[in-house]
Design a protein around this ligand. Sequence first.
Ligand SMILES: [Zn+2]
Length: 224
Amino acid sequence: MNNRSEPKGGTLRGQPDLHHQLLHRNREWSRRMKKENPGLFTELAKHQHPFFLWIGCSDSRVPPNQITGTMPGDMFIHRNIANLVVHTDQNLMSVLDYGVNVLGIDHVIVCGHYNCGGVKAAMGPEFDGPAADWVRRIRDVARWHHRELQALPDEQARFDRLVEINVSEQVYDLSRTSIIRDAWEAGRPVHVHGWVYSLTNGLITDLEVTRTRYEEAVGMLTTR
Ligand SMILES: [Zn+2]
């Protein structure tokens, strides 16, 4: 199976009129879904009741539904470069507010991935453009954990660990938002999870930094 498309689709590389291919595959997919899940579209057209809110990287190799075997309607999704939680990001905060307060989602997952280009960029020299400003937050994360990172044997080990630490820091930042704090205050069983995905074997590792109440979130600060 190639890694550029749906399992049944074949490669998109080198094909003319790529966008037509997408529309063609969409029709095939719709046909298959109707056959395999009669009534699914009728049900989904009425409402959505997703169980999970996914905050992941924009990287094309980490498609949330495919890697978790979930269906349309299962997951509310926000993606950005290096899966960052920024309190001034109206986009993410709107998704979080709607997901937690309107859709009633109790499981919020921050999923990073090894070999993340955004994290790698933050480990390298300064550069220009909007992405430079965006990944600056990861430079801060690296600075806070400088001692731990420097103790590691090589650059790849530091890269892998920074990907993990970055996820933990986003879980922490998420748990400090008023949206999550208010949900906990109201007695909601909201879980904030930190996961990392491996591009080399397709497996997700739970970093076991799950937060379920405010005290735990504050506790994370002392481990810094
Ligand atoms: Zn990435």
